[in-house]
Design a protein around this ligand. Structure first.
Ligand SMILES: [Fe+2]
Length: 385
């Protein structure tokens, strides 16, 4: 759920004649979710978005999962995961279930084609690097700390700034990624207690309708394959749009932490919800202020969740041996908590500078073969005395 926004030129009345200065009609397209009952936007194209002239199979996609071994805590050193290519080709899938796939990527090139994920929304968390996310909805510059939320159906590409190294955490949902419903009132407006508000969401900044003819390639990922669609006109030919559905950026630094007199549970860090999982942001904050408070988290067993933490910056207070871009996975039912010494050691501390993204899934995740190559095999024993 986002708020109403408009960019470019649109007619006063929906579904009426809307003409360019040369007299030609713009071609209206409604892009919406949940079968005309969810959020939607109306776009006005220079050319019909239907005019594909060639369709072919680009590649099939099959995640290769690890052989079943002992169920254990996992620590993946994703700094070791080197990749190259564009923002799609450089993705390394690390874990997945039927509802979400989590990858890391280090794009080294701009995308030469446009892309769409047809099963659900994507969140791309920008750990390092800046660049441009361009789509039919316009141009949106990204920076470190941005969550780029891209609804399914949006045709986009990423053009990284060549001067900055790129590192991304990619979350593909089989459904829609939205702010938690409890943050919104019945009108869809963010409530006062929500940790962020409409002003923190950045829609596309500018809209440039591209009136160009040639050969333009749109790759669509769906049903375990990527299909290529060729068009004679530029796919980003939109002169104007309005509605509630559009890609946007939300920077993790704009997440206002909720703190308390005693330790607050992870749901206070929740940033997005999606079918089968949540995304939370752990940001620099003041610690608990009860005189006898223990700031480090208590040991916990989330018996029906798999907990994935991606460590972004700072000194993660409760874990030893964790490095930047580390990813830990605590599968269901295994108690975990602060490492030895961290629980007592946190007493009296006033603040943390930790920055981390958490993904909690409600169904078991399977790790890929690529993930196992990054694994710290000693991690399950790191709590032992
Ligand atoms: Fe946990």
């Amino acid at each position: 759920m986002t708020y109403y926004y408009r960019l470019g030129t649109i007619p006063h009345k929906r579904h009426t004649q809307f003409r360019a200065s040369n007299g030609s009609l713009y071609h209206e397209e409604l892009m919406g979710i949940r079968g005309f009952t969810g959020i939607q936007s109306l776009l006005y194209h220079l050319y019909p978005p239907t005019q594909v002239y060639k369709v072919f199979l680009e590649q099939t996609i099959a995640l290769e999962f690890e052989d079943v071994g002992a169920l254990r805590h996992r620590h993946l050193r994703t700094q070791k995961a080197l990749s190259e290519g564009d923002a799609i080709a450089s993705r390394i899938p690390l874990m997945a279930n039927g509802e979400v796939c989590i990858s890391v990527a280090q794009p080294t090139e701009p995308m030469s084609y446009w892309y769409r994920f047809a099963h659900g929304d994507e969140v791309i968390f920008i750990h390092e690097g800046s660049g441009l996310l361009e789509s039919q909805y316009g141009e949106l510059h990204y920076h470190p700390g941005d969550y780029l939320v891209i609804p399914t159906g949006v045709i986009w590409r990423i053009l990284p700034d060549s001067s900055t190294a790129q590192r991304m955490l990619v979350i593909e949902a089989q459904g829609h990624i939205e702010p938690p419903a409890r943050y919104l009132n019945r009108y869809g407006q963010f409530l006062e207690h929500a940790p962020y508000s409409e002003r923190d969401l950045r829609p596309p900044e500018t809209l440039t309708p591209h009136d160009e003819m040639g050969e333009f390639e749109v790759r669509v990922k769906a049903r375990d394959r990527i299909t290529t669609y060729l068009y004679h006109h530029h796919p980003l030919d939109v002169a104007g749009w309005d509605g509630y559905l559009y890609p946007y950026a939300f920077n993790i630094a704009d997440f206002e932490p909720v703190t308390g007199r005693i330790h607050q549970p992870p749901p206070v860090h929740q940033t997005f919800e999606a079918p089968g999982f949540v995304i939370c942001s752990f940001v620099p904050r003041l610690f608990d202020y009860h005189p006898l408070a223990i700031p480090a988290p208590y040991n916990h067993s989330n018996v029906d969740s798999d907990e994935v933490l991606y460590y972004v910056e700072g000194n993660f207070m409760s874990r030893k041996g964790i490095e930047r871009s580390s990813m830990t996975v605590h599968p269901n039912g295994i108690p975990h908590g602060p490492h030895p010494g961290m629980y007592e050691g946190s007493i009296g501390k006033e603040r943390t500078d930790e920055l981390a993204v958490m993904i909690d899934t409600f169904r078991p995740l399977k790790l890929t073969r690529q993930a196992v190559e990054l694994e710290d095999m000693q991690y399950p024993y790191s709590w032992a005395a």
